[in-house]
Ligand binder design. Structure first.
Ligand SMILES: *Cc1c(COP(=O)(O)O)cnc(C)c1O
Length: 227
């Protein structure tokens, strides 16, 4: 049996230590528990242990978990690839989207966001390694997309997100995360008021925190292997 409560405590402690060794305030790094392909009871256990933010990659699965945990005050982040025919459910039911990578998706989310829920919090996903097979806007276009997203009334631009290509050393991991941090700097220079770098997963959160991550997305290290 996977001990979710115990794992959460261990991970939070490791994140705090990584922040301190990077000279950062541990409170500036928030933990997003990635619960894709994990059962609802694991999410409810994490919620009972005080975890508030959860990430899901698949729309239908996410909607079921949102419904199953209603009333617990959880915050739901969509972190999967988003197809334009699925934007409505995401706009209506999630709190955040980390994977905005084209203006068409951003416009649909903005139009479909119910006014009663306030703006949807969003990050622009950047393909930091310019990999042909990956989603995410190219490095060179990232700031322009962010500027356009920032104009949309149903969205609130929070920052940038990336999923770097796997590499063999922490130095190389840091290079990719550093590219995202430089994009955020460039966006601020263009007048954008952003506070989020969503980067780092179970295997590379140390490098991400050293480069300024404010949200790390951790699945396996909390919940164990996926179903
Ligand atoms: C699955 C996933 C994670 C979590 O990955 P782990 O290696 O299980 O920590 C983080 N971010 C995204 C976008 C994911 O799809």
């Amino acid at each position: 049996m996977i001990r979710v409560t115990e794992n959460l405590r261990i991970i939070r402690d490791l994140l705090d230590k990584a922040a301190v060794s990077a000279g950062r305030d541990p409170a500036s790094v928030s933990l997003l528990a990635v619960s894709k392909k994990q059962p609802l009871r694991a999410i409810l256990e994490a919620a009972d242990a005080g975890q508030r933010d959860f990430g899901e990659n698949f729309v239908q699965e996410g909607l079921e978990k949102i419904a199953g945990s209603r009333g617990k005050g959880l915050i739901w982040h969509f972190i999967g690839h988003l197809q334009s025919n699925k934007t409505r459910s995401v706009a209506e039911h999630f709190d955040w989207v980390h994977t905005v990578d084209r203006l068409k998706i951003a416009r649909r989310l903005s139009e479909q966001r119910p006014a009663s829920r306030g703006p949807l919090e969003v990050c622009v996903q950047v393909n930091v390694d310019d990999e042909a097979s990956k989603s995410g806007v190219g490095v060179a276009e990232a700031v322009d997309l962010a500027l356009a997203v920032d104009e949309l009334p149903g969205l609130r631009l929070r920052g940038f997100m990336c999923i770097p290509a796997p590499v063999r050393s922490e130095a190389l991991e840091r290079q990719a995360f550093s590219r995202l941090a430089r994009i955020a700097d460039a966006a601020r220079d263009r007048g954008l008021d952003i506070d989020t770098l969503s980067m780092g997963m179970s295997g590379d959160y140390g490098a991400a925190i050293a480069e300024g991550a404010t949200i790390v997305r951790i699945g396996t290290a909390i919940f164990g292997p996926r179903e």
